[in-house]
Structures are given as structure tokens and as C-alpha cells.
Design a binder for this molecule. Structure first.
Ligand code: ATP
Length: 232
């Protein structure tokens, strides 16, 4: 479904993503692992259309994503590491704004906002300004905006980072639920999270893909997991 071919991206002379290729099948949950600075966020931003690659190609169901804003808007949901929200907006105002950005028509908008509020269990917080929410609730708002329009592919950058154990469990269950209907790529440092959620693991090291393996085959590559410093 998603095909990433020979992706490269540098910041000045520093190569952040170095000739990375992988494919993802429909319905998979993929864990993108690697230590700080390995290139995870850069790859996620490129696939989501927030950053241009220097080289390579990303395609969804055979169609190049590149600058295809319409395709990205329709089929891709993205939870960035730090959600760029207006802190004084209420949750309801923000989701309304996010639905407009997704290009949802007036007819669809209300039903979609109701659906994502239910899915993320946010109904008690609709009138709360976003900056009054805990990190866990802010992340739920982030997921709610990402799943507006029911995207085929959901990209989550460290979705449980900074969450307490209860919110972490809630987020993991939410991701499992969403994965019933969408393909998911999530980045994380936590091996336990990968074990709980993922079908397949990609490990990045200094911008290069050093492992692409199904979770049940991962015990043969323990050394790589340990080397990339992504265990608990
Ligand atoms: P983390 O787990 O810390 O989020 P990451 O694996 O997501 O790390 P990236 O954020 O993709 O890694 O960063 C890859 C490398 O590129 C890092 O060395 C980072 O410092 C560098 N980098 C990222 N963004 C920029 C930028 N805008 N300008 C210069 N260097 C950057």
C-alpha cells in the first residue's frame, strides 16, 4: 500500500535520511525505531508531505504522494511530535478548524467530528481550552485530528511520549482500535510498545534502515535492537 523508495534528505551537509526503502501492506502496524536523531521524524514528515525529500519516492497504492496535496489530505493522518495547536482554542474549536484543513464538506464535517470525539473519548473535554489539558488529553486531541476523514494511513510520531501509565494504556488501545480500519506507522523508543502493538519493525541507525523484520522474527536480531538503544 505504501511504498518508500530510496528516500534521502539532508540538513545542510548532514545526511539525516540515507537511501531508505521499505513497503507497508494494508492493515499493518509498523514500528519505526531508532535512537534520538536516527531520522524517524524526518521520514514521517516526508511521508506526510510536511517536508520535501532530496531524492527518492513515496507512493500510496501506486500513486506518487510527492506534492499531491489532495491525496495527502484525503488518505493520510499525521500526529506530529508536538501538535502545532492554538492553545487558547477549545477542543471543539480546534477539531472544527482541523476538519476545515482536511477539506471536509459541511455535510460530512459534523458527523466526522462526532465520530473522532467518540473514538478518542474526548466528549468531557470539548469546551476546555487546549492549554488546560494534560499531555495525555492533548495527545488524544492530536489523534482525533489525525483520524478526521478516516485516512487509509496514519502516522504517529512517538504517540505515548511523556504520557503517564494510564494514558499510555489508553493511547495503545486507541491505536489498536484505529488499526482495525487503517494502516499505522508509529515511532517509538520503547520496545514494550512495539511488542504490544506492532506487526513489523523498522530500525533506523544514523539515517539508514538497518532492520526490517516481522515482530515474531525479531529475537534473531536482538543485537540490533540493543545497539540502536531502543529497548526500555
Ligand atoms: P528523535 O527521536 O529525537 O525525535 P529522530 O529519529 O526523529 O529523533 P530526526 O528528528 O529525524 O530524528 O532528526 C534526524 C537528524 O537530523 C538529527 O541529527 C537532527 O538533529 C537533524 N535535524 C532534524 N531536523 C533538522 C533541521 N531542521 N535542521 C538541521 N538538522 C535537523
Amino acid at each position: 500500500m505504501l511504498n518508500v523508495r530510496n528516500l534521502t534528505r539532508s540538513y545542510g551537509s548532514f545526511i539525516a535520511v540515507d537511501d531508505v526503502s521499505f513497503s507497508i501492506k494494508k492493515g499493518e502496524i509498523i514500528g519505526l525505531l531508532g535512537h534520538n536523531g536516527a531520522g524517524k521524524t524526518t521520514i514521517m514528515k516526508i511521508v506526510s508531505g510536511y517536508l520535501e525529500a532530496d531524492g527518492g519516492e513515496v507512493s500510496l497504492d501506486g500513486i506518487s504522494l510527492g506534492k499531491n496535496a489532495k491525496l495527502l489530505q484525503q488518505h493520510l493522518g499525521y500526529l506530529p511530535e508536538n501538535l502545532p495547536v492554538y492553545p487558547e482554542m477549545t477542543v471543539a474549536e480546534y477539531l472544527d478548524y482541523a476538519a476545515d484543513l482536511k477539506g471536509l464538506t459541511a455535510n460530512k464535517k459534523i458527523a466526522e467530528i462526532k465520530r473522532v470525539i467518540k473514538a478518542t473519548d474526548l466528549s468531557a473535554k470539548l469546551l476546555a481550552p487546549i492549554d488546560t489539558l494534560s499531555r495525555g488529553y492533548k495527545q488524544r486531541v492530536g489523534v482525533a485530528q489525525a483520524i478526521l476523514g478516516n485516512p487509509k494511513l496514519l502516522i504517529l510520531d512517538e504517540p505515548t511520549n511523556g504520557l503517564d501509565p494510564e494514558q499510555t494504556q489508553h493511547m495503545r488501545k486507541l491505536i489498536k482500535d484505529i488499526a482495525q480500519t487503517a494502516t499505522v506507522i508509529l515511532s517509538t523508543h520503547i520496545m514494550q510498545e512495539v511488542n504490544a502493538l506492532c506487526d513489523r519493525v523498522l530500525i533506523l541507525k544514523s539515517g539508514q534502515l538497518v532492520l526490517d523484520e516481522k515482530l515474531d522474527a525479531l529475537q534473531h536480531s536482538r543485537h540490533l535492537v540493543a545497539e540502536t538503544d531502543c529497548t526500555d
